[in-house]
Design a protein around this ligand. Structure first.
Ligand code: DON
Length: 558
């Protein structure tokens, strides 16, 4: 439906301040939101030159691999959700895959005991990286500008360097002890072992050369010099990834998960992510409650939201894994409105229910991941989340190639059958197998109404990701917030086990007290996630970057 200013004004006057601007209608210009302003700007410049949303996302993602080494990457993987104005929405799964030698007991010592360091901190935790192949696949289908043009800003930022922000300098300094375990990594991210300071230039020459090779020929990563550097490092240090593993890596095009919420269509991440399942299942449950009447940040809204998440996360634990080999995932049932009604009926409005800890427990969250949202002037949208798993992944660069390796295989279950109080789960769908992709929580999402994109959202934060995205969706759809308020409002999260609601510290004290009185245990955190949101309201695209936890986050407009 075309946007009508008069109608907007009438709606604004009749509906009052919360819905002052109607959602929808075509944006006049494009927007890029990411965790680093320099990377958002690289994407926006691509839009100015006539690039598509996918072009901008590719340029932003490559730039993040340079200016946000904590999570932007070449050596990791992720998911790209694209919703072009014309044509089909698509989802590219470029999640890392397990090498051919992987098996469920690969993180056990000879005596059968679980070796946590091997699972999370060794070359045996590295998945075959998918980022370069995934970005290339997106570009092949929906790119407009030359590939090399999209890699160019990253090459320049790596070769010429960039001045470190306070954020970046502090983040690198914090990791110095970990980098110090590997001389080439320490050399890249410090000044001869001393911390870099805000304002210092970070020049990454090896990374610049790698990017330059990829600009000419992306297959270099999987079968050229870059592949050879990875394989040499693996072979020299007992790592399992082989030349065949790299050659065999393929991104997978999948159908996005689809749902509806109060008249909005949702496009979200399918398995091997659990992000879409948790988000859509939770929203289906919540659709039966009047959250708007309860109000944002109210005890009822947080209680019901947490109870919905609790149930969706229990199903995640039981059923989700790589769809290629994890057996049947009963997605149709999990995402049905009828099943949501059954679950809703088990929620008491005034009382916390209990998670059954005899089923499984969870590992603590490990930062870090990053999300970017793009909307171009034609209304094409991209929602992209990618990761190295932990902050700076394995905290180890590939010598000579200058990029960090992921430790994504840590997302596989640790030990078959072992479920214990330290937070491990041992269910079958997420055990390591050759080529299998570890279960993820990443949750890039796009909301559509009347045929047009109205919202793009996503966040880092491990298992808190679908909850953070849920918060942004509720803030817009139920509470009528604009993008800025939707990002800034205090967030909550529940993941079934541990049985507690995680809340941001600025959730009103009265709400926290009321939740405790209902029987909830609360865990207070300063901040949760780092959501990058675009909203289309009143014919304008509003970008809101999340600066709560990472002040470099920024919006760049076409
Ligand atoms: O794929 C996943 O769900 C995790 N590897 C993501 C890790 C993460 O988001 C930590 N971020 N803050």
């Amino acid at each position: 439906m075309p946007f009508r200013p008069f109608l907007a004004l009438v709606l604004a006057l009749t509906l009052g301040p919360t819905l002052a601007l109607p959602l929808g209608a075509q944006p006049p210009g494009g927007v890029v939101v990411s965790q680093e302003r320099l990377a958002s700007e690289a994407g926006a410049q691509v839009l100015r030159e006539g690039g598509s949303a996918v072009d901008a996302a590719v340029a932003t993602a490559f730039a993040l691999a340079v200016v946000h080494p904590a999570a932007g990457n070449l050596g990791g993987g992720g998911f790209l959700l694209s919703r072009p104005t014309r044509g089909q929405a698509s989802f590219i799964d470029f999640r890392e895959s397990a090498p051919a030698s992987a098996h469920p007991r690969m993180w056990l010592k000879a005596d059968g005991a679980y070796d946590e360091a091997r699972h999370h901190e060794s070359l045996a935790s590295v998945g075959v990286p998918g980022t370069v192949a995934g970005l290339r696949e997106a570009w092949r289908r929906e790119g407009r500008l030359p590939w090399a043009r999209l890699v160019a800003p990253a090459v320049r930022l790596a070769r010429e360097g960039f001045a470190l922000s306070e954020n970046q300098a502090a983040s690198l300094a914090e990791q110095l002890p970990a980098f110090a375990r590997h001389a080439p990594t320490l050399a890249q991210f410090s000044r001869e072992g001393k911390p870099l300071r805000a304002g210092d230039r970070l020049v990454q020459r090896d990374l610049a050369r790698t990017l330059q090779r990829l600009a000419k020929d992306w297959t270099d990563f999987y079968r050229g010099r870059t592949a050879a550097l990875i394989v040499r490092d693996m072979a020299a240090n007992g790592g399992p990834i082989t030349a065949q593993d790299l050659r065999g890596y393929r991104p997978v095009r999948r159908e996005p998960l689809r749902g509806t919420y109060r008249g909005f269509e949702l496009l979200a991440a399918p398995p091997p992510s659990s992000g879409g399942q948790v988000l859509i299942e939770s929203l289906n449950i919540l659709e039966g409650f009047d959250l708007k009447a309860a109000g944002s940040g109210s005890p009822a809204a947080v209680h019901l939201g947490a109870e919905a998440l609790r149930r969706a996360f229990a199903d995640r634990a039981q059923f989700l894994g790589d769809p290629a080999s994890a057996g049947d995932i009963p997605l149709a049932r999990l995402l049905s409105k009828a099943y949501a009604a059954e679950l809703r009926a088990t929620i008491r409005p005034d009382r916390a229910s209990a998670s059954d800890p005899s089923r499984f427990t969870w590992e603590p969250d490990r930062p870090h991941t990053t999300h970017l949202s793009v909307l171009d002037r034609a209304g094409n949208a991209v929602s992209l989340t990618y990761t190295l798993e932990e902050s700076y992944g394995l905290k180890r660069i590939v010598p000579g190639a200058g990029f960090l390796l992921n430790n994504e295989l840590g997302d596989f279950n640790a030990v078959p059958g072992l479920t214990d109080a330290t937070g491990r789960i041992g269910t079958v769908p997420n055990l390591a197998r050759p080529g299998r992709r570890p279960l993820s929580s990443m949750c890039p999402v796009i909301l559509v109404k009347g045929g047009s994109v109205v919202m793009v959202s996503g966040s880092p934060g491990g298992r808190t990701i679908p909850a953070t995205v849920l918060n942004t969706v509720l803030n817009v759809v139920d509470f009528g917030m604009g993008a800025r308020a939707a990002v800034d409002a205090p967030r909550f999260h529940h993941q079934w086990l541990p049985d507690r609601i995680q809340v941001e510290a600025d959730l009103p004290a009265a709400t926290r007290e009321a939740l405790k009185a209902m029987g909830h245990t609360l865990k207070e955190v300063p901040k949760q996630g780092c959501a990058q949101v675009i909203l289309v309201r009143g014919g304008q695209a509003e970008g809101a970057a999340d600066t709560k936890r990472w002040s470099d986050s920024g919006v760049a407009s076409e």
